[in-house]
Design a protein. Sequence first.
Length: 338
Amino acid sequence: MRRALWQALCVLWCALAFTLTARAEGTAFERVVTAHYAVEWAPRLEPSARRVAETLEREHARIYRELGAEAIGRTQVTVLGNEDELQATARRRHPGSAPPEWAAGLAYPGARAIYLRADVSAQELETTAVHELSHVAMGDLAGAGGVPTWFTEGVAVRQSEPFALDRATILTQAAMLDRLLRLDALERGFPAGGGRAGLAYAQSVHFVGWLVETRGAQPFAALMRTLGEQRSPSGGFEAAIEKVYGESLAELERRWRDALSFWWGWMPIVFLSSGAWLGAAALLVYAWRRRTRERASRLRAMAGLEAVDMAEDIEIAHDLRARGDLLDPYSGRPPSIH
């Protein structure tokens, strides 16, 4: 009886909150309330919003089970028409946040709020919804600010997306040219530039995958249990890592970088979970041609000709150079993004 009463009160609260928010914003949101989500949408977006509601409920149990988490409340999900609407709504409802322009979705785990833009393919909308769901579940597990941004993003990508060749390509180039970002630089946010953010995502998901594949699924599950027990600020994350794996995060990162840097050794790791050996071979050929051109360029420079700096070319192509404009924090943390 108490549980039923609590659920009824939650439904009434969500309906009242939606009504007051819609009136304040001058937007006539429509809405549907499911077992775990309250989904609202701007006019003409009902098909997309109902697809989101179905996807979230379908994937809810899997996401929480894989993390060993338990939902502690209903999550509000807002489906908007485009990038401008997503940006404006998120900034208005969460003063102080600065979501990047390239974001297809936003999650504020502390506020149990998700924002999605519908001007993408149906597949991308569903993928983004599950990605943001993973962020909320991680917040339920470890608390607000309980884990670094790179870890939450890496886990969310693994839970929501299949293998992506474009991310492997960016990671490959960065590893070859020693342009990898330090994980501690990604603790509180990702670069605002889309190119460097792409590398940050590639590193994050690969490092998380490397932990699972090389150290085993059981230690990773133990790490998630430890994070759930601690529910502490991000400083406790490194302590949890060392407790479970017997090595510091810095040492694990060094081992991971060594594996990536080994010319013949890192390629099987990149494709360890995917089985995309054909893609690996293609990338090997591509990387070999890059290195050949780089050596030829240096020889021309030694002969007095103008050198072509291949490392700089790739930095420009993928915008990998360091920037200071990380996301501004909201309540000490940036929003989780996708």
